[in-house]
Design a protein around this ligand. Structure first.
Ligand code: NCD
Length: 340
């Protein structure tokens, strides 16, 4: 695909070569994300962050990624803080905001809303999550993480096994990740959820059509025994008709050190898109695994910065100029230990 000026709305728009391109550029962003170098390549550019649902890492990492490339970020957070609370349409909001921005990242509770917004925007729009539909940049950073973690075990994206656990019906990260896996060779996918929260049939069909072996189960212990990656997810309580209904499932799957040690291989990589629900009644990924070397959740969030920097650089056509506008870091930083 031609990245320059493109919208990023769904992982379905990517071919394998596009993913590899994003990952190559992401690798090249490492010294900037680590504060070993500074670049001003996007000096003067403005990112409009429009987040109509709760977010910490997606919003902040989009913003930090843009700042690390030298650009400026303007934000609107929450529907009540925007003129949408006065009845303004997605169309009008997009026409206005795209006059103030060079690229827009948007999160919205309604599936399809970001595509509708993008159709009216005069600048590229990146989907930061549209309801239960998709979360393409999360899937890219998840896949980038899987690739890195597998490489450390001399495995590749064309031959591995992954178990996805939790609310697979409403979880947009797993929808996007499964679709992205269809671009790769031999992936064995174990889908672990209560039957009521199963992966949508259309997504399972895509995995089958790609030639992947898919197992559907509601057993956590047996499903993690023979996989390279365990991808735990939160029950998406905000997508249920009532809290009482969500409560039926919170706490249904709990991965902790005891279960992991007993049933999984020690080098099985543990991932989660975050936030994990650490309240006692949920706790799908226990904090007693925090120091476990297999826990990759914070490597995942660090990788998110690299992947989002790569996307901005590609969408704005500066991926080849980042080093040209670079200089040394002037301040002391723990991540820049070369300075006194
Ligand atoms: C996810 C999301 O918003 O879909 N979070 C994220 O962006 N990393 C997952 C979730 O909220 O459970």
């Amino acid at each position: 695909m031609d990245f320059i000026g493109a919208n990023i709305l769904s992982v379905s728009q990517f071919e394998r070569a596009d993913i590899e391109r994003v990952f190559d550029v992401a690798d090249a962003m490492t010294p900037y994300a680590r504060r070993e170098k500074v670049t001003r390549v996007l000096e003067g550019a403005i990112l409009g962050n429009m987040f109509m649902e709760p977010s910490t890492r997606t919003r902040l990492s989009f913003g930090a990624a843009f700042n690390l490339l030298g650009g400026t970020v303007r934000e609107t957070v929450g529907i009540t803080a925007s003129a949408m609370a006065k009845g303004e349409s997605l169309y009008d909001t997009a026409r206005v905001l795209s006059g103030y921005s060079d690229v827009i990242c948007m999160r919205h509770p309604q599936a399809g809303s970001v595509a509708e917004f993008a159709a009216a925007s005069r600048v590229p729009v990146v989907n930061g999550g549209d309801g239960a539909n998709e979360h393409p940049t999360q899937a890219l950073l998840d896949l980038y993480t899987i690739r890195k973690e597998l490489a450390a075990q001399t495995r590749t994206l064309d031959d591995f096994r992954i178990a996805m656990i939790g609310d697979l019906k409403h979880g947009r990260t797993v929808h996007s990740l499964c679709k992205l896996l269809c671009l790769f060779g031999k992936v064995r996918v174990v889908l672990v959820s209560p039957p009521e929260l199963a992966m949508p049939e259309a997504v399972v069909e895509k995995l089958h059509a790609a030639g992947h072996r898919v197992t559907v189960t509601d057993q956590l212990e047996t499903s993690i025994a023979d996989v390279n990656i365990v991808y735990s997810t939160r029950i998406q309580e905000e997508r249920f008709a009532s809290q009482a209904e969500a409560n039926l499932y919170r706490g249904r799957f709990r991965l902790n050190r005891e279960i992991f040690t007993r049933f999984a291989q020690p080098n099985t990589v543990i991932m989660h898109p975050l936030p994990r629900d650490s309240r006692a009644e949920a706790n799908e990924l226990d904090t007693d695994l925090n120091e476990h070397p297999s826990l990759a959740i914070f490597r995942q969030t660090d990788n998110g910065l690299l992947v989002r920097m790569a996307l901005f650089a590609l969408l704005l056509g500066v991926e080849g100029k980042v080093h040209q506008y670079a200089h040394e870091v002037r301040w002391h930083s723990r991540r820049n230990p070369v300075l006194p």
